[in-house]
Ligand binder design. Structure first.
Ligand code: FE2
Length: 264
């Protein structure tokens, strides 16, 4: 397996034995590198958990952040910690600032974190909420749903703009096979039809409409380029072909049982 795909490991909720098993499994894949599509841990443990994970991979560990990775701190502080970690350990590469990564197999990798942005469903009326609202400082600071939604939209729009820049740069460089890592699924089609989370109540909390719009537009504009997206967040394993050259794979996950998704 040249690239191991990891997602939603939630290592803060796994026993030391389960974490050790994961490390052993990653080692056994003999992967040259790994891609981690978010929710590795929570803020206080993230740097340690990523460092230990990187010790199990021969080459780079490419990372995007999930909402849970910010729990207990702020988006700003966690990003700062990731940049500092990357300066100390250059093999741990947070993807948004890493730019366009040319992979040994000829594909090009880009990534952004992504945020559920309420572009689908009814973000104000939905009866469902996420702990993000209490546990991430920028969201907790906003007392109203409208305020929290505004913060989410700003975060998602910034990531979507970054994604558009990275995709444009990769295509200009001659990329024909793009691998896109992100945490939050970009399309409603990523949620398994008929499942509990496919209900429109969940859409505002599980989908990043802003990155979806960028991906759909780029894929339509560049029919000769294939776009394969890896995402997590919903914990419901699924694949969706959005258009002829745009496919999304969503990671399955269970709290307490961190596992390797397979090859990327
Ligand atoms: Fe998760």
């Amino acid at each position: 397996m040249p690239i191991a795909w990891l997602s939603d490991l939630h290592l803060d909720r796994a026993s030391p034995a389960a974490v050790a098993r994961l490390h052993q499994t990653v080692r056994r894949t003999d992967a040259d590198s790994a891609i981690c599509t978010g929710d590795t841990s929570h803020a206080k443990r993230l740097v340690d958990d990523l460092s230990r994970l990187a010790d199990t991979v021969a080459g780079p560990l490419y990372v995007v952040l999930g909402n849970h990775d910010h729990y207990g701190d702020s988006v700003g502080a966690v990003r700062d910690a990731l940049l500092a970690l990357g300066a100390r350990r250059p093999e741990i590469r947070w993807l948004p600032p890493a730019g366009v990564v040319a992979l040994p197999d000829g594909r090009h990798l880009v990534g952004v974190d992504g945020w559920a942005d309420g572009r689908h469903g009814d973000p104000i009326g939905t009866p469902v909420t996420l702990n993000d609202d209490r546990l991430i400082a920028e969201l907790a600071a906003e007392p109203t749903r409208v305020g929290k939604l505004a913060v989410r939209k700003v975060l998602a729009d910034a990531d979507a703009a970054r994604l558009d820049t990275l995709l444009g740069r990769a295509i200009e460089d001659g990329a024909t096979e793009l691998l896109v890592a992100t945490h939050v699924p970009p399309f409603v089609e990523c949620l398994p039809a008929g499942s509990r989370i496919a209900h429109p109540h969940w859409h505002p909390l599980l989908i990043c409409g802003a990155t979806g719009e960028v991906l759909r537009r780029r894929a339509a504009r560049h029919p000769g380029v294939t776009f394969e997206v890896l995402a997590g967040h919903s914990h419901a394993r699924h694949e969706a072909q959005i258009s002829p050259n745009l496919r999304v794979r969503i990671a399955g996950a269970r709290y307490g049982e961190p596992e390797v998704q397979g090859g990327a």
